[in-house]
Design a protein around this ligand. Structure first.
Ligand code: TYM
Length: 336
């Protein structure tokens, strides 16, 4: 059914409650590819354990992330939705690609540097080789396009380098993937509401810094009301106005209005009016997602059936790539 279609792959870590950064930068854009591409959207639980997780929380968030994919409009009949650890080929290819990834390139990864600084007591080898596993996720499915936020750009570059290196040694084996990153004004990097020079991150300990997709309407509005802005009063983008610039970006994502239209709409109005408008608009947009999520999360049996169906479909495709890779590198394939 999918054979002639090009492939889209993306993943989200179940390492925290998802934010509007994950939504606007990535998940919201996923469904646009469903008709034209064969889409694989993965809950990357193996990546999540590079940072210590409470097992019960990891399990719960894995169900929740899958339910959110569906609540955000991804139809399991039109997309392969699955959990990474259900398809062992990810770990297998991850190891193989470790052997084609250089210490020097991994050392340059900014996410590794950030996460090592945050988890100084647990700088494990998995955290370091994380980009090779991410390359494996993508290359396993002969992916053409990877929709992600701008923070994943460096990981995409290394995935391309690994693919090209492997192809250079063994001949064409992997499709070299392209990132699909929305424009800066289109959600590529949503900033923290407390420190608008920093990315909004699901693992931020300051709850006021992040708006979660599943926050209640009141919580969303309250968080936007408290968002850090500058001492000025004009609703304009610009240097020194990172807080307002971020809020304009978020409002633009939810309304489809341009920066100029927004600046005109709020000309002469104060920060208080603007923050309320952003909060209400965001809350209104997320209400149907939350309602659909509540319905789905109550039905574990259904979510597990999606996991089984997704893992089977993913395995079918991954198996073909693995067989090719094994042959090329000189492993013996036993006939069954
Ligand atoms: P993760 O789980 O941190 O984030 C999931 C997706 O959300 C995007 N994102 C953001 N976009 C805009 N503004 C933000 N503040 C923001 N925060 C997060 C991320 O760019 C990402 O697209 N390494 C990946 C997971 C992964 C993956 C893959 C992605 C593993 N394997 C293969 C694509 C393909 C990560 O940690 O995403």
């Amino acid at each position: 059914m999918f054979n002639d279609k090009k492939v889209v792959f993306s993943g989200v870590q179940p390492s925290g409650n998802l934010t509007i950064g994950n939504y606007l930068g990535a998940i919201r854009n996923f469904s646009a590819f469903s008709e034209e591409y064969h889409c694989y959207y993965c809950v990357v639980d193996e990546h999540a354990i590079t940072v210590r997780q409470v097992p019960a929380d990891l399990r719960r968030r894995t169900y929740e992330t899958l339910a959110l994919y569906i609540a955000c409009g991804l139809d399991p009949e039109k997309n392969t939705l699955f959990v990474q650890s259900h398809v062992p080929a990810h770990a297998e290819l991850g190891w193989i690609l470790d052997c084609y990834t250089m210490f020097g390139e991994l050392s340059r990864m900014t996410q590794f540097k950030d996460k090592s600084a945050k988890n100084a007591d647990n700088i494990n080898a998995g955290l370091f080789t994380y980009p090779a596993l991410m390359a494996a996720d993508i290359l396993l499915y002969q992916t053409e396009l990877v929709p992600v936020g701008v923070d994943q750009k460096q990981h995409l570059e290394i995935a391309r380098d690994i693919a090209e290196r492997f192809n250079g040694i063994y001949g064409e084996t992997f499709v070299v993937p392209e990132p699909y990153i929305p424009p800066t004004t289109g959600g590529a990097k949503i900033m923290s509401l407390a420190e608008p020079t920093k990315k909004m991150s699901k693992s931020d300990e300051n709850e006021n810094a992040v708006v979660r997709i599943l926050d209640s309407r009141d919580t969303i509005i309250r968080k936007f009301k408290r968002a850090v802005t500058d001492s000025g009063s004009e609703i304009r983008c610009g240097e020194g106005k990172e807080g307002i610039t971020n809020l304009i970006g978020i409002y633009s994502c939810f309304t489809g209005k341009t920066t100029e239209e927004i600046e005109r709409e709020f000309d002469g109005k104060g920060y208080g009016d603007f923050k309320l408008a952003v909060g209400e608009t965001c809350a209104d947009a997320l209400t149907p997602v939350r309602e659909e999520f509540d319905r789905l999360i109550a039905d574990k049996a259904y979510l597990e059936s999606v996991m089984v169906q997704g893992a089977e479909a993913a395995y079918k495709s991954a198996r073909k790539t693995m067989s090719k890779v094994r042959r090329k590198i000189g492993f013996i394939e036993l006939k069954k």
